[in-house]
Design a protein. Structure first.
Lengths: 110, 156
């Protein structure tokens, strides 16, 4: 869940979403990632760091370059979390169904 | 078992819709009266809610405490907007992740004698701060996230 929170935090920024969109097409170096943005290298690097800490991207070492790529496992984690979240709410709402039945009977008894 | 619909309309929003076989006033009470909330909002099996405080007014605070074995976890927040028996807009923070505040909107409606509750969770920190609902993503981003949405809808 902590991972998912950092994932959502990472996804909350439009620049970072655009970076992910670029990386979905294939791995890219920081310069390649930076190209479409009017942004300094330090700011792009900061965004990359947030994405990497959230586990959404990874860095590969290739000689002197450090290409970034998307991390499919992170997306699988989101999917797992959503499944659990759904199961919890399903359980909550089934209990609520029971409570509402009970309240209706109480109302009828009055 | 009644079906529950869960969608991800944007990349930082989760929406859950469920209908209930009870009048809207009763479903509203079950969401806003502490003694009733304690009886159903207990999450996974094994948890109880020993404490529940709800100050139902704009700016008012609420707090839920769950317990299991020797553990405790709480969630808290404040009500931003309240329209009685229609809509709640509130913030939500879990004590284990104090820096992550989520904006939660609950809309209560009536449909053929049933009460429909639509709950939207907005994980976008900026929109949480501003209290503004998220605008739709531009088309380019929409396209890249379609594969993710598809994956989620197939498996969830």
């Amino acid at each position: 869940m902590s991972n998912l929170d950092s994932v959502f935090q990472a996804l909350s920024d439009p620049t970072r979403r655009a970076i992910l969109e670029r990386l979905i097409q294939g791995e890219a170096t920081v310069d390649e990632i930076r190209e479409p943005f009017e942004m300094s290298q330090p700011s792009i690097s900061r965004h990359l760091k947030v994405l990497e800490q959230a586990g959404l991207i990874t860095t590969r070492i290739a000689g002197t370059s450090r290409p970034r790529r998307i991390e499919p496992l992170a997306f699988a984690a989101i999917e797992d979390w959503l499944k659990q979240y759904r199961a919890i709410w399903q359980a909550n709402y089934e209990r609520l169904d029971g409570l509402l039945e009970h309240l209706k009977q109480e109302d009828n008894a009055k | 078992m009644k079906p529950l619909s869960m969608t991800t309309p944007t990349d930082t929003t989760i929406e859950i819709t469920r209908s209930f076989d009870a009048p809207i006033s009763m479903v509203w009470r079950a969401h806003t009266e502490p003694e009733l909330v304690k009886r159903w909002l207990t999450g996974p099996t094994g948890l109880t809610m020993p404490e529940c405080e709800i100050d139902l007014r704009v700016g008012g605070a609420y707090r839920y405490v769950w317990a299991w074995d020797d553990n405790r976890m709480s969630a808290y927040g404040t009500f931003r907007e309240i329209e009685a028996e229609r809509r709640l807009l509130l913030t939500e923070t879990f004590d284990i992740f104090p820096d992550n505040e989520t904006l939660v909107e609950q809309v209560f409606g009536e449909n053929g004698g049933q009460t429909v509750v639509r709950m939207s969770l907005h994980y976008d920190s900026k929109e949480t701060r501003d209290g503004v609902l998220q605008s739709p993503m531009d088309e380019g981003l929409e396209a890249s996230y379609q594969s993710l949405d598809k994956l989620i809808s197939e498996t969830v």
